[in-house]
Structures are given as C-alpha cells and as structure tokens.
Design a protein around this ligand. Structure first.
Ligand code: UD1
Length: 419
C-alpha cells in the first residue's frame, strides 16, 4: 500500500497552479452524452476518479481520446444504458449518468453509488425529480432501473439544494418535451459550469433568480470546445496548507469568487491575503486566531474544505467551533489529528477544536478524500516525520499532489514499502 512520508515544519513558499475541477468533470462529461459529434473538453484533471469515470464511459460505448488534460468525447451511435457493477469503481461521479442516460436512451441501469464514506448519501431527490419528468423507477438485483417512454417537462421543488440532484435534473430535462422549472436548486459553481456547457451546445437553460432554473427542452445539441472551471477545493486546500506552514504562496489559475468563504475565514484567522481575478496570494506569519465555521450549500462555507480548516484550527490560538450541516459523518479526520496531538471534541454535528502550539508527527490513515488532505495539511506543519497511510483516497481527487507540494518546498515522498 502506498503512503506519504512527510517531514513537517517547512513553510510552503512559491506558486502553485490549480487543476480543472474534478466535480465539474463528471456532470459535463455526462452531459456530453446528449451531443452528437466530437466535443473537446479542456483542463480535465488527471485524478483517479476521473480516469475511472472515463473508463466507465468507454465501457458504455462512448469514444474518448485523451491528450494531456484535453479530451475529445463522441457519443454518436449506440450507447449502452447499463453500467456494470464491476466497473463502478466506488465513484460518486457516476450519479449524473442517471440523468444523462435517461436524457439520451430513456433508460438507465446503475449499480448503487459509491463515493466517500461521509454520510448516508441518499438519492431520493434525484429520483423524485426524474419521476416528475415521467420516469418509472425500480430496484432489481442490486441495480437501480429507470425507464420512460419520453421525458416531459415539469415543475420540481427540491427539498434540499442537492448538487447531484440539480445536475441530474438539468441534464435529463435538457432534451425533454416542454419546459422544466427547478426550484431550490444548488448554486455551486459546478452547476453554473454545467449550464454554461449545455447552453453553448444549444440548450435553452436560464437561471431566473438564484436557485430557480428554467429548462426549455431542445431537440438537438451540437459539438463544442469547452474549458472546465478551476478546482475551488484544490485551491482552498493549498491556501490552508500555506497558512498552516506560515508560508508565502500564490495560487494561480483560479476563480476567487468560487471560494470566497474560505478566503474570508482565513483572513479572519489572521492571514494576509490579496486577490485578483485568477490569483490569490497568501502570507502567514505567527499563530492564527480561532474562528467558528458552519458548512452550508454555496455560497456558504464548503463542506469539502471543512476537514482541512479543522487542521489549521487545531494549531490556532483559542477554541474554534465547526458546525457541519451537509454530511453527518464528516469529522473522520479528527481521529488522525488527535493522534498528532490535536484537541478535538465531537458532539453530533459539532466539532470543538482547542488549538495547541504545535502538532507532533504520527502514523495516521486517510479515511476519505478531504480527510486525507486534512492529514497531509497537518503533517506539513507537525514536528517530525509523519506517515499518511491509505493515500488512494487522496489520489482520487488531487492531481500530482506531492509534486505540487514539493515545488512549494514541502518535504513529502510517496513510498511503497511494507510498514
Ligand atoms: C457533491 C460533491 C461533493 C460535495 C457535495 C456538497 C460531486 C461528485 N460531489 O456531492 O464533493 O461535498 O456535493 O457540496 O460533485 N441528499 C439527500 N437526498 C438526495 C441528495 C442529497 O438527502 O437525493 C443530501 C445528502 O445526503 C447530503 C446533502 O443532501 O446530506 C448534500 O448532498 P449533495 O449536494 O447531493 O452532494 P453530492 O452531489 O453527493
């Protein structure tokens, strides 16, 4: 099993370039199934979840050519409706293939969805919406089966602004008959990127006001060239790494408006931050101050940056409180942080973090993607050499993480011996 060996205590200094957004890749590649002809997508991140997703698409009969972060996707011809159980790769990203296959084939057969173990993650809102569009849903032999004669536009209210459900319903409704109105939708930048992609390809989708989306069904979409937005969570992670190591770093190729809450909170904690359109410069000197954070749907503080900021809180002055409102099992990094000497008490959806002067090195295990990033963040600042085990979780969502950290002056090595 591969692990990272990290010698902590070196400030991260220099420039880091941010990759394309992992969570924009899945819905946009899914939506490309509605297009006849070759569509080119740029800034596709080379992370394991995306590589597995591309393999799933190829298994369905989609023609894909890859070249250094640029892919050409062509779903012309016969595309299968069933994703094989064995090829599902424990991915959350496959959820948007439900809407895409329904939009294209009027049939989708999917094994149960995977992804990080951070909560129950039901898909009742996706199914409620698809049923409103005319889909019948059943479960058989461990597979979800969705089928419709045709999809007909409807008005759908989401009880919670779910990212996946919003994406699925936008994709399914794009070529439906008539108009679909989605109320209380998610407003994450990845949704905006998906709408932009579909509209450029000939869809008729309008955000009437925040959280209300009108989709007028169209008959045909045409191929386009498209660039994915930068990964706001990767950007947030490197900013927090810069902060915890008291570094001086510049994050390039970002859209600052996509992770403003993280920037604001880091400023509140004491970081000096300057932003311009696609660049953020952070300078950190001395210990940070405690803050309180509540995770919320966009534009609130992102749940995907919560474990990383918990690491920073654990070496800040005073007591910080995190309220996690999105996922019920998202404090799993706390155990590793406690092993490193952090003082964290978990009470239901709340983590109470009392900062200590310095963390110590330890051998700790990544249990999920962002939790793994949080442990790396902590190890970069800890005294001594830490080992982060089970880094396959981290590889699922961070492109070339050790190369990027090394370039910033961090001491990190990928190792593969038995420990
Ligand atoms: C996406 C992101 C994930 C991020 C999350 C919230 C991808 C591949 N993953 O996940 O990184 O942490 O958004 O920003 O894009 N819920 C229901 N019923 C549903 C759907 C969701 O109860 O039908 C609940 C979930 O259990 C969770 C909350 O809604 O408590 C948010 O989930 P959702 O926004 O759907 O997240 P994902 O799309 O799974």
């Amino acid at each position: 099993m591969e692990y990272f060996e990290i010698e902590g205590g070196r400030p991260l200094n220099g420039i880091v370039k941010i990759s394309g957004a992992k969570n924009a890749t899945f819905p946009i590649l899914s939506a490309a199934l509605l297009i006849d002809g070759k569509t080119r997508i740029k800034k596709v991140p080379g992370v394991i979840d995306v590589i597995n997703f591309i393999n799933i698409l190829k298994g369905l009969g989609v023609k894909i050519e890859e070249n250094k972060g640029e892919i050409t996707i062509d779903a012309t011809g016969n595309i299968k409706s069933k994703i094989d159980h064995k090829k599902n790769h424990n991915l959350r990203g496959t959820q948007t293939l439900l809407g895409a296959l329904m939009g294209r084939n009027k049939e989708a057969i999917l094994p149960s969805l995977g992804g990080c173990n951070i909560g129950a993650r039901p898909i009742d809102l996706h199914l409620k919406g698809l049923k409103e569009l005319g889909t019948t849903i059943s479960w058989k032999g461990g597979y979800l089966r969705a089928k419709a004669k045709k999809l007909i536009g409807s008005s759908i209210y989401l009880d919670f602004p779910s990212v996946g459900a919003t994406e699925n319903l936008i994709i399914a409704a794009t070529k439906a008959d008539g108009t679909t109105i989605l109320e209380n939708t998610a407003r994450e930048p990845e949704i905006e990127n998906l709408i932009d992609f579909l509209n450029k390809a000939g869809a008729n989708i309008q955000t009437k006001r925040p959280g209300v989306i009108y989709i007028k069904g169209v008959k045909k979409l045409h191929p386009i060239d498209f660039t994915l937005i930068p990964d706001r969570i990767e950007a947030a992670t490197y900013l927090i790494m810069g902060a915890i190591t008291r570094g001086d770093i510049t994050i390039k190729d970002v859209r600052t408006q996509d992770f403003e809450p993280v920037i604001m909170k880091l400023k509140e904690m004491g970081a000096e931050i300057e932003t311009n359109n696609n660049e953020v410069h952070l300078f950190a000197d001395g210990r940070f101050k405690s803050v309180n954070i509540k995770t919320l749907p966009f534009p609130g503080f992102p749940t995907d940056a919560q474990p990383q900021i918990m690491s920073l809180m654990s070496v800040s002055k005073g007591t910080s409180i995190i309220t996690e409102t999105i996922f019920e099992n998202r404090f799993r990094a706390a155990e590793g942080l406690q092993k490193m000497g952090a003082s964290i008490r978990i009470e239901h959806d709340t983590a109470i973090v009392t900062g200590t002067e310095r963390l110590n090195s330890a051998n700790v295990t990544a249990t999920d993607l962002r939790g793994g990033a949080a442990l790396i963040t902590a190890a970069l600042a800890a005294k001594g050499t830490s080992k982060i085990l089970d880094i396959s979780h981290v590889d699922r969502g961070y492109e070339k993480i050790e190369e990027k950290i090394k370039k910033l002056g961090g001491h990190i090595e990928r190792k593969n011996d038995n420990i």
